[in-house]
Ligand binder design. Structure first.
Ligand SMILES: NC(=O)c1ccc[n+]([C@@H]2O[C@H](COP(=O)([O-])OP(=O)(O)OC[C@H]3O[C@@H](n4cnc5c(N)ncnc54)[C@H](O)[C@@H]3O)[C@@H](O)[C@H]2O)c1
Length: 389
């Protein structure tokens, strides 16, 4: 059996600690070390992994650890570029969490570093590895609807209030946009299926449901209406949709300092002459993703939910014939994508092959989201700058 790949994790929030468990318990890899600026976060991992791994406050020390082959960058969204460029420069394989970054300049710096790096560069867009979305790609490749000409995608985010409006993610000065933070997964899938690179976007968006009425420092734990409020959260124990139990902030979702749009509508053009639309909504009753593609020979509809009730429906043009597919969900978080993207990363390292979601997927999904937010704020169509510009 090949030697286990030495993995380090930088950024030890809920996501980074989840990766410690995944890579630390996979026989193909071993957890060589972890890194966080916060001693408290390092202590959380120390409680679980003890002396079996190394603990670092500075990335240089993690990068110098003997046996380190690969780095998972799970720092928070504003801090992806620095550790990624540094780890690639040190000759390590890197998987950076989505979104690639929050600015075009950071994305371009990362793309330039990936272009000259010896190691694998991969982005944590795990939904490309969910069986539903793999099946959609296969069906399109088989030509079941012919060449895709038009597409639309929808992010229905019932959990938007609890995930984003209780904490600093409701503020543009920290998160920039929920299109960047959240929708980048679905924008990546849309790009993947449209088969081209996005060139321009026009978008509308607004904050129409959350925010606006309560003081900025009001919290669930002190709220007289907590028992009746559908958005009440226990700040000590909150279970994320990918299984991790984390401590969270419990600011009131109606806090007046929120300024991140909770809904948006995009029109996107691609360099292969196709067009798509996309909608993100954070106050729908359901938590699903929906995609529809129209090709020369028919229409394909795909429905995703976290419970794994996957559906694909293909209508064929000029007939009444409809095919239905129900790809079988075999468990794991994010539709099984979290487990499968880990195996993909280890495979790419072991075989020296390119990942399914590499630097173009990273850039196109994030740059599209950044340009769309720019369009929302300025009311004009926005061109998407070239990746290595
Ligand atoms: N792919 C997915 O489905 C998915 C799901 C959840 C989160 N994420 C992404 O994972 C990332 C982490 O999310 P989280 O909720 O765990 O974040 P978090 O804010 O809870 O934790 C981030 C950690 O990174 C540390 N950090 C920041 N800069 C650092 C640096 N330069 N060096 C070392 N440590 C540093 C912080 O101290 C903090 O402990 C985010 O980018 C998020 O968008 C992706």
């Amino acid at each position: 059996m090949a030697a286990a790949i030495g993995v380090g994790v930088v950024g030890l929030g809920g996501r980074g600690r989840y990766f410690c468990d995944l890579y630390g318990s996979n026989p193909r890899s071993r957890l060589v070390g972890v890194c966080d600026l916060s001693e408290a976060r390092l202590d959380l991992v120390r409680g679980r992994w003890g002396d079996s791994t190394g603990y670092h406050r500075h990335l240089e020390d993690l990068l110098a650890a003997p046996g380190l082959d690969a780095v998972i960058v799970a720092t928070d969204d504003p801090h992806h570029a620095g550790p990624t460029v540094q780890a690639l420069g040190a000759g390590k394989h890197v998987m950076v969490e989505k979104p690639m970054a929050q600015t075009i300049a950071d994305c371009q710096a990362m793309a330039r570093a990936a272009a000259v790096a010896d190691g694998v560069f991969m982005i944590g867009l795990e939904l490309r590895h969910c069986v539903l979305f793999e099946r959609v790609r296969q069906l399109l490749d088989q030509g079941v609807i012919g060449r895709v000409l038009l597409g639309w995608g929808i992010d229905n985010v019932s959990v938007g209030g609890n995930y984003f409006y209780h904490n600093r993610m409701r503020r543009r000065d920290y998160i920039k946009s929920l299109l960047i933070q959240k929708a980048c997964h679905s924008l990546d899938l849309l790009n993947w299926y449209m088969g081209g690179r996005p060139t321009q976007v026009f978008a509308y968006g607004g904050l129409d449901y959350y925010g606006r009425t309560e003081s900025a420092d009001k919290r669930c734990r002190d709220c007289e209406r907590a028992a009746q409020c559908p958005f009440y959260v226990n700040h000590d124990r909150f279970v994320m949709d990918y299984g991790a139990t984390v401590q969270i902030d419990d600011l009131c979702v109606w806090g007046a300092d929120a300024d991140v749009p909770d809904n948006s509508v995009l029109a996107v053009s691609y360099d292969n002459g196709t067009r798509a639309s996309f909608t993100e909504c954070h106050f729908t009753p359901e938590y699903t993703r929906e995609f529809t593609f129209v090709g020369e020979g028919g229409k394909l509809y795909a429905l995703y939910n976290n419970e794994g009730n996957f559906l694909i429906r293909v209508q064929h043009r000029f007939t009444d014939h409809v095919d239905e597919y129900r790809p079988v969900f075999t468990g794991g978080h994010h539709g099984g994508g979290d487990l499968r993207i880990m195996e993909e990363f280890l495979d790419c390292i072991a075989r020296g092959r390119a990942p399914r979601a590499g630097v173009e997927a990273a850039y196109d999904s994030t740059a599209l989201a950044i340009a769309a937010e720019d369009s929302i704020q300025n009311g004009v169509p926005v061109d998407i700058p070239p990746m290595l510009g």
